[in-house]
Design a binder for this molecule. Structure first.
Ligand SMILES: [Zn+2]
Length: 270
C-alpha cells in the first residue's frame, strides 16, 4: 500500500477515476478502500472516519468551518462595513437590513508550496456566486473540522463547480506546486438590504466576520475629481497670469482655501 500522501497526489492527478468506476474510493488520508453507493458524493471513511467528498476527478478531504457569528453578530459586522470608507456615507443608518439567512457555501481549497518557500492556501468557489471576493477569503486552517452538516435550517449550496475547473482557474492565477486539494463548507450569512429604493446583497463570513459584496452603494468619486480639475484649472490660469513668484504664491494660497473647504464639505456629504 502506498503512503497516504502518495495516494493523495495520485488521486489529485485524476487517476482516482478507476476507483470511482468500480464503485469504491480510496481514502486520501489512510488509503483504505471504501464502497461508494452510486450517486453518493459524501462519505465517511470506514477506517479513519475522515469526511470525504467525491468529485468527478477524484476524492478529497471534506471540511467545514464552524459558524462563530450568529445572526446578530453578522448584522453587526455588516454595519461596521457599511460605516466604513468603501461605502456611501451613513449607509449603516440609511439602509434597511433584512434578517440575514445562513447558508453553507462550498469552496475548493488548495495548498501550494513554492520552491523552497512557505505553504499558501488558495480558495476558489465550488458553486456559482456573483461575489468574486470569495477567492480572497482567508480560511483559518486551524479551525477546519471534518465535515458534518449544520442544522436542518441551514441550506447547503451544492458543489457544482468541478475540482478540475477550479484547478484551471488556479493555473490561470499562476499558482504552482499544489500538493493538496479539499472541499471546505463556509458558514456564510446572506444579508439583503435596501438603500434609496435599490436592493443589495452582501455575504458575511460566519467564521471571521469578513464582508463580501460585489455591488453596493459606493462612495461617489466624481465630486473629488471635479474639485481636483477646478483646482488644476485655477492654479494653471493664475500661473500664466502672474509672473511675480511671491504674488503667485500668495494667490495660490488664497485659491487653495476655498478649494480645501469645498473638498471638506464634499467629504462630509458623500
Ligand atoms: Zn481513511
Amino acid at each position: 500500500m502506498s503512503t497516504p500522501s502518495c495516494r493523495n497526489s495520485s488521486v489529485l492527478r485524476g487517476t482516482g477515476l478507476a476507483d470511482l468506476g468500480s464503485n469504491t474510493v480510496d481514502c486520501p488520508q489512510c488509503g483504505g478502500e471504501n464502497p461508494l453507493p452510486s450517486g453518493e458524493r459524501l462519505l465517511a471513511c470506514q477506517f479513519c472516519s475522515a469526511s470525504l467528498f467525491v468529485d468527478r476527478s477524484g476524492v478529497v478531504g471534506h471540511y467545514f468551518l464552524p459558524r462563530l457569528l450568529d445572526a446578530d453578530n453578522a448584522v453587526a459586522a455588516l454595519k461596521r462595513w457599511m460605516a466604513g470608507n468603501e461605502t456611501v456615507k451613513d449607509l449603516d443608518s440609511r439602509s434597511t437590513i433584512e434578517p440575514p439567512e445562513p447558508v453553507s457555501f462550498p469552496v475548493w481549497m488548495f495548498r501550494s508550496r513554492a520552491k523552497g518557500g512557505a505553504e499558501t492556501a488558495h480558495i476558489e468557489p465550488a458553486a456559482p456566486t456573483p461575489i468574486p471576493q470569495l477567492a480572497d477569503l482567508k480560511v483559518p486552517a486551524g479551525q477546519l473540522r471534518p465535515f458534518e452538516a449544520e442544522s436542518q435550517d441551514v441550506p447547503r449550496a451544492e458543489a457544482t463547480i468541478p475540482l478540475e475547473t477550479a484547478r484551471k482557474w488556479l493555473d490561470e492565477r499562476g499558482v504552482d506546486g499544489v500538493f493538496e486539494s479539499s472541499l471546505v463548507e463556509l458558514p456564510l450569512w446572506r444579508c439583503g438590504y435596501s438603500y434609496e429604493g435599490g436592493s443589495f446583497q452582501a455575504l458575511v463570513d460566519g467564521s471571521t466576520g469578513a464582508v463580501m459584496a460585489a455591488v453596493y452603494p459606493e462612495k461617489a468619486e466624481a465630486p473629488y475629481y471635479l474639485i481636483a480639475a477646478a483646482g488644476l484649472i485655477l492654479f494653471g490660469i493664475e500661473g500664466l497670469l502672474i509672473s511675480n513668484p511671491l504674488i503667485k504664491l500668495v494667490v495660490y494660497a488664497i485659491t487653495g482655501v476655498p478649494l480645501a473647504l469645498i473638498a471638506y464639505w464634499v467629504a462630509r456629504k458623500v
